[in-house]
Design a protein around this ligand. Structure first.
Ligand SMILES: O=P(O)(O)OC[C@H]1O[C@H](OP(=O)(O)OP(=O)(O)O)[C@H](O)[C@@H]1O
Ligand SMILES: NC(=O)CC[C@H](N)C(=O)O
Ligand SMILES: [Mg+2]
Length: 486
């Protein structure tokens, strides 16, 4: 997933970007970077790890300027540990462009060939973001007319970028001396919001970010979600222009944002993430009641953090007690987005501890938002048993994850997914619970989409194997499996 933010302001922006990245930390923990523009000079600081440890005071002092952008990375291509793949990426022509990207491109093989063979561009990393930046630079170079770059030329370039790249992308880029560009893929898979606040110098200060909680926390007013296919250009003087740059945009956002990725206090595409999670709990309660014998559950327990809203609703709907039996160490980050299975498994035990008094002799319904590799659930079931639970039922507020996610979440290999090629009883054998209940795919969709009409479809490819963009077929999935290790 990754978190991105960009801003044009009347005041220095480094601190605002740093604070925003802290708020987006849940979207990526591998590396982080900030770039600012002081006139037409870029300043940049990048570092491995999380935001709080990444920037020193002397780094912040160097980040001068009133336009800037930032990134927290959760790698989907290349290596999480590769410093040269951390973002932002920079290219010096035309003008000088600095770019951050949330998403994952699916036609990287063709892009790499064309960029080298036709455009004569050298790629120095395995990152798809480097490809994206070079496509943008090539297309911008093609459309430049006259001495001054204007928003129309920038939008023409984005139109051409949409024609060349496939997959998911929410992008923010700075063009040196000109302004800030933001655009979203024509399926609106990854999120991007636009917000502003009054400013004495420029009229308005602008911010674009992955999630709405970012501008809200800094006193900005959300203007709207950037539309699928749309591009926004904000000059360094604060003048904002937008244009739809795709002939047939559709809004098919990633369902996994609502299930797990996004913070619950964000609203995405008009849907409150928290409320969607509550509704996922309502729907799950019905399925739990259907598949478990009556009297089989004494208490409902969430796996902190992401499962709390759903678990609360399950308890309420089933008229059962809600208890917090797992204590979460707040200093350990998210497990699922860590690179490497060894680290993920170790982290579950460091992160969660079961309190025996909540388990001894009880029949527990453990609720999680999703089961992907089964790293968390396997450990949790074992911990519950070790602490004396009489019976363990496990329920997932998302359906079985049976297919790779190719749009920005690092689950590329089918064999690592606990539900791939397995029936639910077979998956449960691997988990070791007494009962295993999954949300139904259609129930998930109705729960997320309920009560609004802006979004009518969702990317649910990791649950149903239907990929909404580009050519994602068996051959491509095999190639990803061969080239990516997680
Ligand atoms: O089946 P798995 O491969 O273990 O993946 C699923 C688990 O990973 C996530 O938790 P994570 O610890 O990343 O974040 P959270 O604290 O927000 O729940 C998610 O909430 C599930 O608990
Ligand atoms: N999760 C993301 O959005 C990743 C962005 C990009 N594909 C990278 O690997 O850096
Ligand atoms: Mg979790």
């Amino acid at each position: 997933m990754c978190g991105i933010v960009g801003t044009v302001s009347a005041e220095p922006v480094a601190q605002l970007i740093y604070d925003s990245l802290g708020l987006l930390q849940h979207r990526g923990q591998d590396s982080t970077g900030i770039a600012t523009a002081e006139g037409s000079v870029f300043h940049q600081v990048k570092s491995k790890g999380q935001v709080r440890e990444a920037y020193r005071t002397r780094d912040m002092r160097r980040l001068l300027g009133t336009m800037g952008l930032g990134h927290v990375r959760y790698a989907t291509q290349g290596k999480a540990s590769a410093e040269e793949e951390s973002q932002p990426f920079y290219v010096n022509a035309p003008y000088g462009i600095m770019l951050v990207h949330n998403g994952n491109l699916t036609n990287v093989r063709e892009l790499r060939e064309d960029l080298f063979g036709v455009d004569r561009r050298h790629m120095n990393t395995h990152s798809d973001t480097e490809l994206l930046l070079n496509v943008l630079a090539t297309e911008l170079q093609q459309v430049i007319r006259g001495n001054q770059l204007d928003p129309d030329q920038v939008f023409d370039a984005v139109e051409r970028v949409h024609e060349r790249i496939e997959g998911s992308y929410a992008v923010i880029a700075m063009i040196a001396g000109y302004g800030l560009l933001a655009f979203r893929d024509p399926n609106g898979i990854r999120p991007l919001v636009l917000a502003s606040r009054e400013s004495t110098l420029t009229g308005e200060d602008w911010i674009v970010a992955s999630e709405s909680l970012v501008p809200e926390a800094s006193g900005y007013r959300k203007v709207r979600d950037v539309a699928p296919g749309e591009a926004v250009f904000i000059t360094m003087g604060g003048e904002m222009t937008t244009r739809q740059c795709h002939p047939a945009p559709r809004l098919i956002p990633c369902s996994f944002e609502y299930v797990y990725l996004a913070r619950p206090d964000s609203t995405m595409n008009g849907i409150s993430v928290y409320e969607a999670r509550l509704r996922l709990g309502d729907a799950l309660a019905k399925t739990v009641a259907q598949y478990t014998p009556s009297g089989a559950i004494d208490v409902v327990m969430p796996i902190p953090d992401s499962a709390r809203p759903a678990a609360m609703q399950v308890a309420q709907r089933l008229g059962l007690e809600y208890r917090e039996g797992f204590y979460k160490n707040r200093y350990v980050g998210r497990t699922f987005i860590m690179p490497g299975q060894k680290e993920r498994t170790k982290s579950v035990r460091q992160k969660l501890n079961a309190m025996p008094s909540e388990f001894a002799g009880k029949s527990i319904l453990i609720v999680d938002d999703s089961i992907v590799r089964g790293t968390t659930s396997r450990e949790i079931v074992e911990m519950a048993r070790q602490t004396g639970a009489a019976r363990v039922t496990f329920a997932s507020a998302a359906p079985p994850v049976r297919y790779p996610h190719v749009y920005g979440i690092n689950m590329p290999t089918r064999s690592e997914l606990i539900a791939h090629g397995r029936t639910i009883p077979e998956a449960n054998e691997a988990l070791g619970a007494d009962y295993l209940v999954y949300q139904e795919v259609e129930d998930m969709k109705s729960a997320i989409l309920a009560g609004q009409s802006t979004v009518t479809d969702l990317d649910m490819s990791c649950f149903d194997g239907r990929y909404v963009s580009g050519r994602v077929d068996e051959e491509y999935l095999r190639w990803v499996e061969e080239t990516m290790s997680s």
